[in-house]
Design a protein around this ligand. Structure first.
Ligand SMILES: [Ca+2]
Ligand SMILES: [Ca+2]
Length: 182
């Protein structure tokens, strides 16, 4: 017995949509509007600029930790800080990245006996003094103490700047005397 061949099922047949019907201009415009709204929601939810701010802050925190470790190791070798001038604020926007005593922090970190933990002096990801995003370093050669600080960008990190035990609520401070830099 011959069976009548049925036409293949297509998604539009299943949904009961007339395949011959084409999209109208209004439908296309509505689809574009929906896509624009979805794209805008995605940008608000993901917020690439906030992610970039947090990423730069992470670099700042690790840079300050690295500088602090290097200076601690330098002092642990029984060295002094006599190459630094008390009261001077050394800034990452002035000077090179060299660690041989000619960079923006004038300490020869290449002399650390256990090896320097940094090969170059880090600078702020923005390194722009006018914007307030730059590193500062100061020392007291007499007491062999130092401080390094930075400004954090993300609002999520604002509390860190006032909870670091330092004397500046607008900057994140690290070191052995957090009152050296104002
Ligand atoms: Ca602070
Ligand atoms: Ca300070």
């Amino acid at each position: 017995m011959r069976t009548k061949k049925r036409p293949a099922l297509s998604p539009s047949r299943i949904l009961g949509v007339n395949e011959s019907k084409s999209f109208t201009l209004i439908e296309i415009l509505i689809m574009i509007a929906v896509m624009v709204v979805l794209a805008a929601i995605l940008v608000i939810v993901v917020n690439p600029s906030k992610i970039a701010e947090k990423s730069r802050d992470s670099s700042r925190l690790s840079d300050l930790a690295a500088i602090s470790t290097a200076v601690d190791l330098y002092l642990a070798d029984n060295r002094d800080l006599n190459s630094l001038i008390a009261g001077t604020v050394y800034e990452s926007t002035a000077g090179t990245h060299k660690i041989d005593g000619t960079g923006w922090i004038p300490l020869n970190l290449t002399t650390i006996t256990s090896g320097t933990p940094i090969s170059t002096l880090p600078v702020d990801p923005k390194n722009n003094k006018a914007l307030g995003f730059y590193y500062r370093f100061g020392a007291n050669p007499t007491s062999k103490t130092y401080e390094v600080d930075c400004a954090l960008e993300s609002l999520d990190n604002t509390a860190k700047q006032s909870a670091d035990g330092g004397n500046n609520n607008s900057r994140y401070e690290v070191g052995t005397d957090l009152t050296i830099l104002p």
